[in-house]
Design a protein around this ligand. Structure first.
Ligand SMILES: [Mg+2]
Length: 510
C-alpha cells in the first residue's frame, strides 16, 4: 500500500488519539454503570496506569522521519545558511524588531509613539497566517480551519463569536489561503503565511503597531500596515548584516558538533554545497564562527544571494562569479563550478547541469518548508531535511510530566464523551456538558504551555497545523539542529512510524 507523507501524518495523529484508550473504556462500560461511575472508573484507571508508567520522553536529538530515507543512497549534501547552519540567539529577534520599528518611524513617518513599543519575545510563533483585509493574525490547521482562541487583532484576542461573524464559519476557503503558486506571488489570496523564523519579530512588530493604532483610535489599512512592516524589517537587513559581522558571537550560537558532522561527511567523500540568500561577507563571518576559518574548504559549490525560491523555480538567470576582494560580481560566463570560487544567483538547472549530480543522490537541508524544500522535492526529486529549531521547546513541553498526564486524561475523557454522547436522560445531558467543559479546559491548558497565545507550532487541538502539514509533505526528515545527525551512522535509514488510519483497528501491535 502506498501512502503519501501527509496521509501518514494523519494516521500518526489518529493513532495517538485512540491508542490504548478505546479498548480499556469500552470493556469497563459494559455493566450498568452510571455516567459518573464511568467517569470515576476511567479516572482511577488513568491514574493507576500513569502512576506505573508515563510515556517515554522524546529525545531532543531525535531525527524524525516523514518518509523513508536511506543515507547510503545520498552522495551529495546541500545546505541553506540562515537558521539551518547558522542558529541565531534571541538577540537577533530584538535586533530585527528594533531596526524595523525605527525604519517605520524614519522612512514611513509612523507616529513617534511606536518607538516605545518593545519586542515581546515568545509572543508569536512561526507559521501563523495574517489576514491582510481584516488585519487578523491567526493559526490555521491542516483542514484550513481557524483554531479558536488563536485569532488576534493587534495584541487583543478575538472571540469565537466574532470570528464566526467575520468568516461565516471556521473553515477558510483554499483560494483565500493558498499562496504557494508556481510564481510565489500573493495575487489572489487574502492571507499570507509567515513561515520563516525571521518573520517572528516581524509579527510582533505588526501586532504591536496595530494595537497602538487601535488603542489610539488611529485609522489604518491592515494591508498597508503589513506591507510597511514587511518592507521596514526587510530594509533593516543590510544594517543587521553589518552589526552581526562586527559582533558575530553576540547573535550566533556555536554548536561544537557541527564541525565534527562536516568532518565526517568529508571523510566519507560526500560532495557538499551551500545555497544561501544572504550576502558573502555576512555568511563568511557566521560560518567562520560556527565551522572555522577554513569553512569554504568543506564545500564543492558555494552560491550566495541565490534568491530562493526563484533559484529553484526560474528558468534562467545567469550564475555569476563573486569577487571577494572587490565585493562585486564579475561578468565572465560561468561554464563550470569550481571549488574555492564563490558564486552568485543562478538557477538550480545550471547547478545540476554543471555538477552532473542526480536529484535522488542529493539531500538538502533548510529551515523553510516552502522556499527551501517544496520545489526541490516536488520538481527536482531531491531528498529533503528540515531544521526546525522550535522542536527544542516543543519536546521540552511534551516531556513535562504534568503535560503527559493531562494528555492521557484528555484522550480518555474524549473517548468517554464519544461513547456516551447519545444518552438522552436529563442527568446524563448535564454530566456530558460538564465533561465537555472539563475537556475544553484541559485543551486550553495543553495549548498554552507551548505558547499562551498560539499554542504549538505543530498542532491545533486535534490536527496538525497548516505549517506542519506542509513540513511533513515537503521534508523527508526533520530535526532541531544539524548535528543531531551525528546520533546515527552515515549509512543510517530513517523509517517513518506506521500509525493507524481512522478506519483501521486500534491495536497495540501497530
Ligand atoms: Mg534559512
Amino acid at each position: 500500500m502506498i501512502f503519501n507523507k501527509a496521509s501518514r501524518v494523519c494516521r500518526v495523529f489518529e493513532h495517538h488519539r485512540k491508542r490504548f484508550y478505546s479498548i480499556i473504556i469500552k470493556d469497563e462500560l459494559s455493566g450498568n454503570y452510571t455516567l459518573n461511575d464511568a467517569y470515576n472508573h476511567a479516572k482511577k484507571k488513568c491514574q493507576c496506569k500513569l502512576s506505573k508508567k508515563l510515556p517515554k520522553d522524546v529525545t531532543k536529538k531525535g531525527v524524525f522521519a516523514c518518509n523513508e530515507l536511506d543515507l547510503k543512497e545520498i552522495n551529495v549534501y546541500g545546505f541553506d545558511y540562515d537558521y539551518t547552519l547558522a542558529v541565531y540567539k534571541p538577540a537577533m529577534d530584538f535586533l530585527l524588531y528594533d531596526l524595523g520599528r525605527n525604519l517605520l518611524i524614519s522612512k514611513f513617518k509612523y507616529p513617534k509613539g511606536i518607538s516605545e513599543l518593545e519586542y515581546k519575545p515568545n509572543w508569536a510563533i512561526r507559521g501563523l497566517h495574517y489576514d491582510i483585509e481584516k488585519g487578523l493574525l491567526m493559526k490555521i490547521d491542516s483542514f484550513l480551519q481557524i483554531q479558536f482562541g488563536t485569532v488576534y487583532k493587534g495584541l487583543t484576542p478575538i472571540s469565537e463569536k466574532e470570528v464566526l461573524r467575520l468568516y461565516k464559519n471556521k473553515n477558510i476557503p483554499l483560494a483565500y489561503v493558498d499562496t504557494h503558486g508556481k510564481n510565489h506571488q500573493y495575487i489572489t489570496s487574502k492571507m499570507v503565511q509567515l513561515a520563516d523564523l525571521f518573520s517572528v519579530p516581524e509579527m510582533s512588530l505588526l501586532c504591536n503597531v496595530a494595537e497602538y493604532f487601535e488603542r489610539n483610535q488611529i485609522s489604518y489599512n491592515p494591508e498597508i500596515l503589513f506591507n510597511d512592516v514587511k518592507t521596514s524589517v526587510g530594509m533593516g537587513h543590510p544594517l543587521m548584516h553589518s552589526l552581526v559581522i562586527e559582533n558575530t558571537a553576540e547573535y550566533l550560537e556555536k554548536d561544537p558538533k557541527l564541525r565534527i558532522f562536516f568532518d565526517r561527511l568529508r571523510e566519507h567523500k560526500k560532495k557538499l554545497f551551500l545555497i544561501t540568500n544572504s550576502p558573502y561577507k555576512f555568511v563568511n563571518a557566521g560560518m567562520s564562527l560556527v565551522l572555522g576559518e577554513d569553512w569554504e574548504e568543506f564545500f564543492d559549490v558555494i552560491i550566495v544571494q541565490a534568491r530562493k525560491p526563484m533559484f529553484f523555480t526560474d528558468e534562467s538567470r545567469p550564475i555569476r562569479v563573486y569577487c571577494k576582494e572587490s565585493n562585486t560580481m564579475l561578468w565572465d560566463k560561468v561554464t563550470e563550478l569550481k571549488k574555492g570560487t564563490i558564486y552568485f544567483e543562478g538557477t538550480v538547472k545550471q547547478l545540476m547541469a554543471m555538477t552532473k549530480w542526480k536529484g535522488e543522490d542529493l539531500l538538502y537541508f533548510g529551515d523553510h518548508p516552502y522556499s527551501d524544500l517544496a520545489d526541490v522535492t516536488l520538481e527536482h526529486g531531491w531528498r529533503t531535511g528540515a531544521i526546525i529549531n522550535e522542536l527544542n521547546h516543543e519536546i521540552d513541553t511534551l516531556n513535562n510530566e504534568d503535560f503527559k498526564k493531562n494528555c492521557s486524561w484528555l484522550a480518555i475523557l474524549t473517548q468517554l464523551i464519544e461513547d456516551q454522547q447519545d444518552s438522552q436522560e436529563p442527568d446524563a445531558r448535564e454530566t456530558l456538558k460538564k465533561w465537555e467543559m472539563e475537556r475544553d479546559s484541559i485543551r486550553k491548558q495543553l495549548k498554552s504551555v507551548f505558547n499562551p497565545q498560539f499554542g504549538s507550532v505543530f498542532r491545533t487541538h486535534n490536527n496538525p497545523t497548516y505549517f506542519s502539514r506542509r513540513l511533513f509533505r515537503f521534508a523527508d526528515i526533520y530535526t532541531s539542529q544539524m548535528s543531531n545527525l551525528l546520533e546515527h551512522s552515515i549509512t543510517h535509514t530513517y523509517y517513518p512510524r506506521r500509525g493507524v488510519m481512522p478506519h483501521e483497528y486500534a491495536s497495540l501491535f501497530v
